[in-house]
Design a binder for this molecule. Structure first.
Ligand code: PLP
Length: 452
């Protein structure tokens, strides 16, 4: 056992944290998380912290669930590993394929396994381009994503996403990827009503397809709610219009369910919340509640038939369909079903979460908007509510609010100028109250610091 100081010193010396400015640790030491149970994590000094993010939007069933732990133990001692390349298959991978066909929207009956959301999206890029090549349309290769979309951080997934800072680093925007505006009504909508703005934002897709020529466009990809972009939920008119445009120009529709999937928005999948039917759907995170790395792509009969005609699909990962990860995912889905967690989010804690957040911080001088669905929320921070003026990025207000929340025993995340939250689906009403109260208190403290 090491002391907290030792853990922190060694970590800073040897480990580069993903998506973290290493200079941050010149001023503040890393948080060393040593254990977790239910809704809480504990740090190396024994302090209990309420996890309002479910890890990284993933621990949907909460920490320490014995059903998942036992499933991993059982599978580890029976068959710790075998691959599913070539002619092989394993019972957990077969069973999970069947289960996923059952819980995903009707028609998405075919599954390919990967280990992360990024890999699932890389898979989709190759699969979709292959789909058009097999049909003699190799020019149909361009993917259209959205500004502030996030689909992972491999080179191809970075290109798919619309984070300009990520594109700029390491020449990471490949050719064949285009981006349109995001449906962020609060910041982009001006005087338009949300429904009118939703149609406008969707029609940017049609404009882009016409600009590129439909014969060059392979697919459109979007998250039902843009998570890492700041929990941006589109007006209700947006997704039906996107779907209409995709069908009109024969552009495949990919809905990225890596965050929204497995109950977070109050349906099994975010596309069901918005009434849209994808051709392909990447999933990760909530698929195993983060207990082990696993991801999947579900796709429909049309794609399946063409892939079959196409013959050899030269793509896969050593750990595609890893038996222990599949066993854990099966136990996770069983638990979500048994405890009716999706219904719980839709009918009970989801609406309570938004009501409570709005009541606690909706009128705060630092808050412009509280948005999201189910157990996914974004709180837009503003310098001036009336003119919807944002702070200077250098002010780092959201980062400050995040730190103030942590000091008060709550993990929330700062994304740009928004605070975001995605608690586990087991969250109790009293814990939602605690989250809302700590956030309000932290905003008050930040307002004082920023002289408001
Ligand atoms: N897609 C979405 C919508 C995500 O939010 C993420 C990660 O946050 C990814 C893909 C990438 O997943 P991973 O980090 O497992 O590669």
């Amino acid at each position: 056992e090491r002391t907290t100081d030792e853990w922190q010193r060694i970590d800073v010396e040897h480990h580069l944290h993903p998506f973290t400015d290493p200079r941050y640790f010149d001023k503040k030491a890393p948080l060393i998380v040593t254990r977790a149970d239910g809704m809480h994590v504990w740090d190396s000094s024994g302090r209990q912290i309420l996890d309002g993010m479910a890890g990284l939007w993933c621990v949907n069933v909460g920490y320490g669930r014995k059903e998942l732990i036992e499933a991993a133990n059982r599978q580890m001692s029976t068959l710790a590993y075998y691959n599913v390349f070539f002619q092989s298959a394993t019972p957990p991978q077969i069973e999970l394929s069947r289960l996923l066909a059952e819980v995903t929207p009707e028609g998405l009956d075919h599954i390919f396994f990967a280990n992360s959301g990024s890999e699932a999206n890389d898979t989709i890029i190759r699969m979709v381009r292959h789909f058009w090549e097999v049909q003699g349309q190799p020019d149909k290769h361009v993917f259209i994503g959205r500004k502030l979309g996030y689909h992972g951080s491999t080179v191809a997934a970075t290109s798919l996403g619309g984070m300009q800072n990520m594109h700029a680093m390491g020449r990471s925007l490949l050719p064949g990827f285009e981006h349109i505006m995001h449906p962020h009504w609060y910041l982009e909508g001006g005087d338009m009503d949300p429904d009118e703005f939703g149609l406008k934002a969707a029609r940017a897709l049609e404009d882009k397809i016409l600009e590129l020529g439909a014969d060059n466009v392979a697919a459109f990809i979007g998250e039902p709610i843009q998570g890492a972009g700041g929990v941006i939920d589109a007006p209700r008119t947006y997704w039906p219009e996107i779907e209409r445009i995709c069908r009109k120009y024969d552009v495949l529709l990919v809905v990225d369910e890596v965050i929204c999937g497995f109950g977070r928005t109050g349906e099994w999948f975010g596309c069901q919340t918005y009434g849209v039917m994808p051709d392909l759907m990447p999933m990760a995170k909530g698929l195993s509640s983060g207990y082990l790395p696993i991801a999947a792509v579900a796709y429909n009969e049309r794609v399946h038939k063409v892939l079959k005609d196409g013959g050899l699909f030269s793509h896969g990962y050593t750990y595609s369909g890893h038996p222990v990860a599949c066993a854990v995912a099966i136990a996770n889905i069983d638990l979500i079903r048994r405890d009716k967690l999706v219904e719980r989010v839709r009918d009970d804690v989801g609406p309570y979460f938004h009501d409570r957040l709005k009541a606690a911080v909706g009128d705060h001088p630092l808050v412009g908007e509280v948005r999201g669905k189910g157990l996914l929320a974004g709180v837009q921070l503003v310098k001036d509510r009336d003119s919807r003026t944002l702070f200077d990025t250098a002010d780092n207000v959201a980062m400050r609010v995040r730190d103030l929340c942590l000091e008060r025993g709550l993990i929330m995340r700062a994304v740009g100028q928004s605070m975001v939250a995605s608690p586990a689906l087991i969250v109790k009403r009293a814990q939602i109250d605690e989250m809302a109260d700590i956030l309000a208190d932290s905003l008050n403290a930040a307002a004082r610091e920023f002289g408001m």
